[in-house]
Structures are given as structure tokens and as C-alpha cells.
Design a protein around this ligand. Sequence first.
Ligand code: 6GU
Length: 273
Amino acid sequence: MRIDVVTIFPDYLEPLNVSLVGKARTAGRLDVRVHDLRDWAYDRHNTVDDTPYGGGPGMVMKTEPWGEALDQVLADGYEAGARLPALVVPTPSGRPFTQALAVELSERPWLVFTPARYEGIDSRVAAEYATRLPVYEVSIGDYVLAGGEAAVLVVTEAVARLLPGVLGNAESHRDDSFAPGPMAHLLEGPVLTKPPQWRGRGIPEVLLSGHHGKIARWRRDEALRRTIAHRPDLIAAADPAAFDKKDREMLSILGWLPGPDGRFGPNPEAMEE
Ligand code: 6GU
């Protein structure tokens, strides 16, 4: 996969040299190029922003530097043989970045990121490239960052670990929280390793039993427990067919029962007044 990033803070993308993404690059699985937007700002002050039409606070990133930068980055990539670029525009008003979107992006050969500072990029830029390319406007959560660079790091790491040959073993993301499959609507439960005793805390017997069926059940119960605690919305939204008899027993112990439509919700009888 090829990734281009155009930014006014190239240094912010240094972490892409480290750890999993850095290794994917040295292994030749990922080709990352970071470009300085100001290379395409031609006035004396390399201006990339201006005041917003209609007034209001803050500044808006100008069309021309982005247009020139993207035209050249796209032309260079095509020349190098990369095909079917998709533009990824980080913005708090984008669609939520999810594991499903990470999977979709990981199947593309070439991503071009346009992280913005200030109040964002003049909307005509995304509209213009959307006539030619798939454009993904993405948000990494319901909070506001000072710029999109951190989102580029987040999306790149989530995508890179899905690329073939990047994680040691292809099974590694089969059980990821949010991966499609039997655990889709559950968070992963606790993980434990040696030593068997630490500050008076031991290991649940079942994990030492070697009984794969019982271990799988324990993990699923713990996943249900943790999901109810941290993300009850995932259980409430899940297709009830995803829960087997044992799941239902556990959900009932945790105070969750099927409602009239079959979906699970907190048992009103069990709620404190
Ligand atoms: Cl992608 N950018 C900014 N500036 N803030 C965000 C975001 C992106 N996602 C969530 N908050």
C-alpha cells in the first residue's frame, strides 16, 4: 500500500517511522511519503489560510495550495505506478472511523491524507476531488483536536496492521474487538500472563485447566461483563441471534434481559430507583 500525507507539520508524522508502521515500511509492505503543504504556497509568507466567508472565528485553509499539492502528489503516484487513490480527509465533521472502515481502507492500494489545521479546508477542495476519486471524510471520535495529524496516525496504524504480512499471524485480528464475526458486538475481556501470583492476585483456575471449551466460555462471559460496563450501547444494538443460551444466562446475571423486540436492555426491575 502507498500512503501520502500532505500537512503543514511534517514532523508530526515522525511516529510513522516507529513500531508496527515503521516495520511495515522497512519490510516494503507500506510506502509512506510525507509532504509539506507550504511547498505549494508561493507568496512571501507561504500563506495557507485565510478568513472565512460569512465571518466567524478562526481561519480556513485555502484552496490553491491544497489543489496544487494534491495534483502533484497524485501525478507523482500515478507515475510511480500506484493506482486508484482514495482521499482521506480527517475532520471532526466526518463519518465515524470504525474497524469496518479500517478494513475497507486496508483493501485500497493508495491513500492520500489531507490533515488540516485551523477550522478546516475550504470545502471546494473535497468537492472537486470527489468528482474524480473516492473521498472519505472521517472523524476519529466525538471530541475536537487541534488538527487532523493525530487522526492520520490513528487511521494509518489501524489500517497498517490489517495489511497482509504486517502482523506475525493472520489470526491476530480475527478476535479483535469490533472485527466482523462472533465477537463483533463485544469488547475483549481481560488478558493475563506469568507470574501466576502477583501481589496476592492469582489466575482464574479455568485458564490453567487446558479445557478449551471452558476457556472460550470464560472469555465470552468476561467480554459480556466488560461490554455491559463500558459499551452497553453495543449490546443494545446487537442482533439478539448473536447471543446463545449461555450468553443469555450471563446477560441476565448482569441485569440485562430481552425486550419486546428481542433486543437486550437493562432489566428495569433490577435498576436502582
Ligand atoms: Cl479527524 N480532526 C480534528 N481536528 N478533530 C477531530 C477529528 C479529526 N476526529 C475527532 N476529532
